[in-house]
Design a binder for this molecule. Structure first.
Ligand code: ATP
Ligand code: MG
Length: 178
């Protein structure tokens, strides 16, 4: 499984619709300070269900919506979609390509979709359990996160190992039946 593309529109500094395409191997994103490199990683976190504005370096959830510049009016919504190649079926769905999208309006109304079908945040989270990709996964290592893991509580560190071992979904199911 690998990330094929990220589409953003109205998300943080990306007012216009923009598509980042990735290929197998390593891709670096370079640019001057403040040009939006970290916003790309924030977009991935957000579409995976991040609910904390602080984790996205804002103070309110609305801060993810393009807030305008001197020459451009603010926008009314933020949209992000990520497309993954799932031809190895690491994600437990039949599709060879999986697109997850999230859209939020200033009113706070928000919607998630998996391959164009409306779904709940919970469905997005479940899709990525045990893949290392979810917002709690280790596929996005933010600044300071390594320190946090090293100096964190044993229980927090355990969560990381559970995810890597692929037992999160069983633990969640067990918790639901208890
Ligand atoms: P650095 O090299 O310093 O880490 P960077 O390339 O990672 O920089 P980002 O932090 O991704 O830069 O982008 C910051 C820019 O995004 C700032 O100019 C900020 O004004 C802009 N920005 C953040 N949120 C919004 C928003 N809601 N609307 C418009 N612009 C935004
Ligand atoms: Mg940055």
């Amino acid at each position: 499984m690998f990330l094929k593309s990220i589409e953003v529109q109205g998300f943080k500094s990306f007012a216009n619709k923009m598509v980042f395409e990735f290929h197998k191997g390593i891709t670096g994103i370079v640019g001057p300070n403040g040009s939006g490199k970290s916003n790309v990683a924030d977009a991935v976190r957000w579409v995976l269900g991040e609910q904390s504005a602080k984790q996205l370096r804002g103070s309110r959830m609305e801060d993810v919506i393009f807030s305008g510049t001197e020459s451009r009016k603010p926008l009314g919504f933020a949209y992000v979609a990520i497309t993954l190649d799932n031809s190895d079926h690491q994600l437990a769905v039949e599709y060879d390509t999986v697109t997850v999208s999230r859209r939020v309006y200033r009113s706070g109304e928000s919607e998630y979709k998996i391959n164009g079908h409306n779904c709940r945040l919970k469905d997005v989270q479940e899709l990525f359990f045990d893949t290392g990709i979810g917002k709690e996964g280790y596929s996005i290592i933010g600044q300071g996160q390594i320190d946090k893991i090293l100096s964190g509580k044993p229980e927090e560190r355990r969560e990381l190992f559970d995810e890597a071992a692929g037992i999160v979904k069983y633990k969640r199911r067990k918790a639901l039946t208890e």
